[in-house]
Write a protein that binds this ligand. Structure first.
Ligand SMILES: [Zn+2]
Ligand SMILES: [Zn+2]
Length: 242
């Protein structure tokens, strides 16, 4: 019951976690559990500064590891990025971030996996641009790649398809917007620019621009892709520190 392929149930001081048994099953969005702020170093709540005592007990936020009173740390929110099975206690600031991420898990991932048709333009190091054609772009089932497939898969041989983009090798990602509208709220995403290396980390960096064929319909895909990449960058930055 507590063994699912590639995952095993463990209990940390923060709660039950379903952690991957190997690199292959690890989520590219994963974050490490924080070190808990030591009890003796904290006399008062990080949030409201109320002194802790027998009645005003301290609680650790599972996301940032800081000490709070019950009131400042009462949100129980899912924290999938740390592999928690159940919602866990979080401070106000962390709860806001985790709620946004939960939205991404519930909606964004589905949008990314469903995919959208985009025109792919490759830019070479001497700034030549080549139109590679229109492809269905979607996130792979293991969340690690952006895959491209042709609409007319029967007529197209696999060789001519653009190579999959391994998300952990993306070094730069930018949402392109139309320059007409001034305000950020009314800006329309017109594409996604990606710079990335291949799986073998060869020196040559690739540079492609994805332009949605139907801009309006593809907006949610572009926004979700940008969010996914931000989360992956954050996970990578954290693993470099440790
Ligand atoms: Zn407090
Ligand atoms: Zn926190």
């Amino acid at each position: 019951m507590d063994e699912i392929k590639g995952k095993k149930l463990t209990k940390s001081t923060s709660g039950l976690r379903m952690i991957p048994t190997g690199e292959k099953y690890a989520s590219p969005f994963a974050l490490e559990e924080p070190m808990w702020m030591p009890d003796r170093e904290t006399k008062k709540c990080v949030g409201c500064k109320q002194v802790f005592d027998f009645l005003n007990r301290k609680h650790h936020c599972r996301r940032c590891g800081k000490c709070y009173c019950n009131r400042c740390c009462s949100n129980s929110i899912n924290l999938q990025r740390m592999y928690f099975v159940d919602p866990v206690r979080q401070c106000y600031e962390c709860a806001v971030i985790s709620k946004k991420e939960q939205e991404f898990y519930e909606r964004g991932l589905k949008v990314l996996m469903a995919g959208t048709i985009q025109n792919i333009v490759e830019e070479t190091h001497n700034n030549d641009r080549t139109d590679l054609g229109n492809y269905l772009c979607r996130l792979s089932a293991d969340y690690r790649y952006i895959e491209f497939s042709s609409n007319e898969s029967q007529t197209q041989d696999k060789e001519s398809l653009p190579r999959n983009v391994l998300l952990s090798k993306v070094t730069g990602a930018q949402i392109l917007t139309d320059s007409q509208s001034e305000s950020l709220n009314t800006k329309v995403a017109t594409g996604l620019e990606l710079k990335y290396k291949d799986e073998y980390d060869s020196a040559v960096a690739h540079h492609i621009i994805l332009h949605p064929v139907d801009q309006k319909a593809s907006m949610p895909w572009l926004i979700a892709a940008h969010k996914a990449l931000k989360m992956i960058f954050e996970s990578k930055a954290q693993s470099r520190i440790q």
